[in-house]
Structure formats: structure tokens, C-alpha cells
Design a protein around this ligand. Structure first.
Ligand code: SF4
Length: 209
């Protein structure tokens, strides 16, 4: 990576980490995907029960593969015969893994959801929530973060799931009320009531979308 980009990301990450601290959340900076994986495994004790929402970034650093071993109790909603039961179990998990659709420089997290299993578990339930966040998700302020979530992340996710929404045809959010919309719930996490619950690993890389 270009040294100037690396330096910018490191400086910006320190600002984000300061913002998280002021909001009773904890941030870390990882120079690479490998460093992010190492940090994530330090934060997840062996034997933990683990659930996840949409977390492409966790896949991209190799974390999900590591957690689907006998050393952890991974709740795999996709493989579960009873998906509702798996979703309910997720609320009692030791660790919930997620990414963000966007995040502000001062530490506010923005997530959009269709079924709301992800945003509801972020809001409450699991004992610890661990976010893996590429520096491409950091936005200047809450307006920019909402725009990113709605105009970049949501249309790409709708495309990924093959949904019949206007954004899969135009590439931009049309503020739809389509039955297929994935924009049913918006969660803005601006403070954590519980110390040591929300942890964010910022990765010096472009992860997810
Ligand atoms: S509101 Fe509709 S058009 Fe906009 S991003 Fe969501 S699904 Fe796509």
C-alpha cells in the first residue's frame, strides 16, 4: 500500500478510536488483514458461542473460517434446520460478529437491515459485539454515513441477494417500499450503555462494501 494512504488511514483511525472511547466503546487499529485476524482472536476466548449478522469483512480477514472449528461454538444460521431457533440463540451468544454499512470519523456506527436480526443483536442481547471495519467505511459525518449506507452498501447488498428492488436496476437508492426492500430498519449506534460490550477493529484495507 502507498505510504501516504497508510499514514492517512492510521491518523484517521486514531480519530475514530478516540470517538469510540468517548462513546463507551473500544476501538483498535490493525495495519493488515492478518493483524486484524490476530486481534479478533485475542478478543474471542476459545469455547465462546458465536453468532453473526452480515459480516463480509469478517470473512475477508479469514475470521469466520477460524471460528467454524471445534475450538468455538459457532451458531450457523444458514445451515440450521430451524432458522428462527438459530436467530433466537444468537441473542444469547457470547460474541456477535458484524460489519457496518458506514461509520463516522467520530465513532458513530450506521447499519441498515431487512430482517432486523443483525441490528437487533447489535442493539442488545449478545454479551460482546465485535465489528470488523475496513477504512473504506469511514465517512466524514452522520449525513455522509447515511448516504453511504443507502446509496452504496444497500444497493450492492440487494444486488448480492438477487432482490427485485429499484436499486438493483439503477445502482442507486430510490427510497422504495418494495416488498423485497432490505432497508426496513436503520440502526445508529452513538453510545454503548454497557462498557466492554462493543469492540471495533479498524483495518487498513478496503473490506466489504
Ligand atoms: S430503499 Fe429500496 S431502492 Fe433504496 S437501497 Fe433500499 S432496497 Fe434499494
Amino acid at each position: 500500500m502507498n505510504e501516504n494512504i497508510r499514514k492517512r488511514n492510521e491518523l484517521l483511525a486514531q480519530k475514530v478510536i478516540g470517538g469510540l472511547k468517548s462513546r463507551n466503546m473500544t476501538g483498535y487499529y490493525a495495519e493488515s488483514k492478518e493483524e486484524a485476524l490476530k486481534k479478533a482472536l485475542e478478543l474471542i476466548p476459545e469455547g465462546s458461542s458465536i453468532a453473526m449478522g452480515g459480516a463480509m469483512s469478517a470473512h475477508e480477514i479469514g475470521l469466520v473460517d477460524m471460528l467454524q472449528t471445534d475450538s468455538y461454538r459457532f451458531i450457523d444460521r444458514d445451515q440450521a434446520a430451524d432458522k428462527r431457533e438459530a436467530m433466537l440463540k444468537a441473542y444469547d451468544a457470547d460474541v456477535f460478529l458484524s460489519s457496518v454499512n458506514a461509520m463516522t470519523e467520530d465513532g458513530v456506527l450506521v447499519n441498515i437491515d431487512g430482517n432486523a436480526n443483525r441490528v437487533s443483536a447489535i442493539a442488545q442481547g449478545p454479551k460482546k459485539v465485535l465489528f470488523i471495519v475496513g477504512m473504506n467505511k469511514i465517512c466524514n459525518d452522520i449525513d455522509a454515513a447515511m448516504k453511504r449506507a443507502r446509496n452504496v452498501a444497500a444497493p450492492i447488498n440487494a444486488q448480492r441477494f438477487g432482490l427485485n428492488t429499484p436499486c438493483t436496476k439503477t445502482g442507486a437508492c430510490m427510497n422504495c417500499k418494495s416488498p423485497d426492500t432490505i432497508c426496513c430498519q436503520f440502526l445508529i449506534t452513538r453510545y454503548s450503555r454497557h462498557a466492554d460490550r462493543i469492540h471495533v477493529i479498524l483495518v487498513n484495507d478496503s473490506l466489504g462494501f
